[in-house]
Design a protein around this ligand. Sequence first.
Ligand SMILES: [Zn+2]
Length: 255
Amino acid sequence: MKRAGYTVTEAAPDVFFVEGPASNWTILRRGERFTLVDGGYPGDLPLVRESIRDAGLDPADGDAVLVTHAHVDHAGTAAHFARQYCTPVFSSAAEHRQLVGVEKIQVSPGQVLVRAWKPRVLRWGTRALRAGGRTPVSVLTAEVWDDALLASLPGGPVAVPTPGHTPGHTSFYLPAAKAVITGDALVTGHAISTRNGPQSLHPIFQHDGVRADSALAELAGLDASLILPGHGPALKMGIVEAVDVVRRRAGTRTS
Ligand SMILES: [Zn+2]
């Protein structure tokens, strides 16, 4: 369903994919409980809360908030859930320092503008700042997940390490839905991209481009036919095929 500022779709049974104003999040429902994967910018909080209600849930009833990575456009509302509802927030071990706020590995809108100036980049930067893009990510109570914990959560997500965009970036495989939440390891659009469909983020956003490419190989090893990316719309396509498109496009990047 289309709402002001976001669209929520039940992409698979009990898997609610939310396309937010600038980034996406996913709600995994089990009965009255849920797992929230990512959660937009700090300024997206009202939308995140509303989308949880759209899924028939109460924002207070989360079993966990998981982050694919600790950038402010994905982890921007996690601190709120921790503070307001004592919802536990988890990341991979390699992302933990970023999530608690002692380390930051993210280009600023200013750096992007200087290095890749175009009107659409300016629009992205302006929007990012307005949505709270300069608010430091700092979830002091954040913990590191383990596989058993993840398996016990609504949706039973399986962590698939896909470092590159950030050192601890993680995708989540959802076996029952044959779906994969790819975060920023593979996206289907971005405010500064002129393309639609499967693609990598602009190299300026990659912490380690070589590892980002290995991450694509990890994704291609999954039995998934539904892609839930960190930016851009959901995509019903085999992940192997999607990775193939990304790789072909990487050789012909124009923007
Ligand atoms: Zn992102």
